[in-house]
Design a protein around this ligand. Structure first.
Ligand code: AMP
Ligand code: MG
Length: 400
């Protein structure tokens, strides 16, 4: 049995970054950028008005509230002015229109009064007021979005503004998910007495998708060597395989024997954590193989602790994953053994100081604890008691 930190280091050492591929920007949501992407154009491409009003030479407005200027041009967005502003001149200008040469500020429409052939400026402006400069958001050639960033709506907008139509992203890790157990049947299928519904197959597949993988659910392997061997054969070629169940010391727990028989080289089995002690990790060539416990809460927690960081590393996302956030404990915690505990916890107060408390029922078969909780509260191995008011590290269950 090894410690959590050692187990995680072994997983991370085995997880290698995947190659890049190019996708249209419209398909890039949620993907991870493979390289720094540089702006092909300056954003904005020219100096522009950021308010509707009058483009002016700021020095001409010092006589406000009675600065009279001649209006010599009318500039809607999209039109380039052909004439430069001379002293005493202004141009009607709309938000987004290029600033005419000679102008260095815009007087807001609300601070100006149209008069015969001109405009009265009621409030003086300084150079730079109400204008945006060329390249102030992004210079041409400057990095628009960094490698390792997960592409969200803002990144898509920025990349489009910088004139990128296709972007280099890391190939999604391909993950095969296998449930095991003679007692497990799919939702919707016929269930005999003594059988239960398959929670882990769908839940672990969803975890993989949320983590940025292309997940394929391969169904339930019965607790017979041939059944498991057949599923493992189908899982060849995937970057990772995630199995649930059968990793304990029960009579029908086959995973840790059958995995080596299928060519999986064990790296570790059993980690000093709670929940999730019987977790297995091994390699089959470049493929990473995770045997997670069958209890649904343990399966989800060990996915978060071991599979998620491996997928993040394959995607080239900057670590560490999952990120921890410091919180203050709202209730005393008493622990019965020396393993590192990952207690499912609720947020008692979201801020200004994050306050958390353990969820009432910590049994690893209780899936409701995962639905109701928002964090895992980390209690380091050996700490038998942590008092209310102490700082603790937490991991958000939503994987952010
Ligand atoms: P195991 O790790 O196979 O010994 O399973 C531990 C517990 O988790 C048992 O109560 C199983 O019935 C339950 N279990 C195993 N696989 C699943 C699954 N896919 N969905 C829900 N519960 C499961
Ligand atoms: Mg089982």
């Amino acid at each position: 049995m090894i410690e959590f930190a050692e187990a995680r280091a072994l997983v991370l050492a085995a997880a290698k970054a995947l190659p890049a591929e190019t996708v249209p920007l419209a398909r890039a949501l949620g993907r991870t950028l493979a390289r720094d992407v540089k702006a092909r154009e300056a954003v904005p491409p020219f100096a522009k008005a950021t308010m509707d009003g009058y483009a002016v030479r700021a020095a001409d407005t010092l006589a406000a509230p009675a600065a009279a200027l001649a209006v010599v041009d009318d500039l809607p967005a999209g039109r380039l002015s052909r004439r430069a502003l001379g002293p005493g001149q202004a141009a009607r200008i709309m938000t987004g229109a290029p600033l005419p040469r000679g102008a260095d500020a815009v007087v807001m429409a609300e601070d100006a009064e149209r008069s015969e052939g001109g405009v009265l400026v009621r409030r003086a402006v300084r150079p730079g007021d109400n204008i945006g400069l060329a390249g102030e958001d992004l210079k041409r050639g400057e990095t628009a979005v960094d490698r390792g960033a997960v592409i969200g709506p803002a990144e898509i907008g920025m990349l489009a503004a910088a004139n990128l139509r296709r972007v280099p992203v890391v190939r999604r890790p391909r993950v095969a998910v296998i449930a095991t157990g003679d007692e497990v049947v799919e939702a919707g299928g016929r269930k005999r007495r003594g059988q239960i519904r398959n929670a882990n197959g769908p839940a672990l597949t969803a975890m993989a998708v949320r983590a940025g993988a292309e997940a394929r659910y391969l169904g339930i392997a019965r607790d017979r060597p041939a059944a498991l061997a057949a599923k493992l054969a189908r899982a060849r070629g995937y970057d990772a395989v995630v199995l649930s169940g059968g990793v304990s010391v029960g009579d029908h727990d086959l995973v840790k024997e059958e995995l080596p028989a299928a060519g999986v080289e064990p790296v570790f089995w059993r980690v000093r954590i709670k929940p999730g002690k019987p977790v297995f990790f091994g390699r089959r060539g470049r493929q990473l193989v995770f045997g997670l416990p069958g209890n649904p809460a343990s399966a989800l927690v060990t996915f978060l602790l071991f599979v998620e960081p491996a997928l993040a590393a394959m995607l080239g996302r900057p670590g560490p994953a999952p990120a921890t956030v410091t919180a203050v404990l709202a209730e005393d915690i008493t622990v019965k053994d020396d393993r590192t505990q990952f207690l499912r916890g609720v947020v008692v107060e979201p801020g200004p100081v994050l306050r958390v408390a353990p969820y009432g029922d910590q049994r690893s078969g209780v899936l409701r604890s995962m639905v109701r909780s928002r964090v895992l509260i980390v209690v380091p191995g050996g700490a038998r008691r942590v008092e209310a008011g102490r700082e603790v590290e937490t991991i958000f269950l939503d994987g952010r």
